[in-house]
Design a protein around this ligand. Structure first.
Ligand code: FES
Ligand code: FES
Length: 164
């Protein structure tokens, strides 16, 4: 089987796996990185949302061979390391994670790693465009929460944005 290399949460990883295996399974089954959750496997539920080169993507829909060796994949496990020490909160986490804890957002929790990764990507995109997150940005987050925590998610994103 071919070797596939990429950067995962700041470290180079190499796996021996067929080209067409989706990245979510490489992360979860081969590398033991289980923050990105499996919900649908077809790029709909967004439970697996992670970042590639700082932008949100859904690894359930990307064959591992499409990831280059210089591509940086970040999962919820690696998110704290993307924040400076000064930005991190009382638990040493990324400000968006801290905002989630302060507002007790999670119910069952299954969707929440993906929600947080989507939230950080939305704030970054707004920053790149020189503006604040708008209600339209929040409406554009498509991550499904079966427990219906959407109101608290929106509040936490607003708070996390201020701390980022
Ligand atoms: S599991 Fe990836 S979008 Fe649903
Ligand atoms: S907290 Fe249960 S699915 Fe979102």
């Amino acid at each position: 089987m071919p070797e596939q290399s990429f950067i995962l949460n700041g470290e180079k990883v190499t796996v021996d796996v067929a080209d067409d295996v989706r990245l979510l399974w490489v992360l979860r089954d081969l590398l033991g990185v289980t923050g990105p959750k499996y919900g649908c496997g077809i790029n709909v539920c967004k439970a697996c949302t992670s970042h590639i080169n700082g932008k949100a993507f859904n690894p359930c829909s990307v064959p591992v061979s499409r990831i280059g060796e210089d591509d940086e994949v970040t999962t919820i496990e690696g998110l704290p390391d993307t924040a400076s020490q000064g930005q991190r909160g009382a638990n040493g986490l990324h400000p968006m994670q801290e905002a989630w804890l302060e507002r007790d957002v999670a119910q069952c929790g299954y969707c929440q790693p993906g929600q947080i990764m989507a939230a950080v990507a939305v704030v970054r995109r707004a920053r790149d465009e020189g503006r604040q997150v708008t209600d339209e940005d929040l409406d554009g987050i498509r991550n499904i929460c079966r427990c219906g925590t959407y109101t608290r998610i929106r509040e936490a994103i607003r708070a996390g944005e201020q701390a980022m």
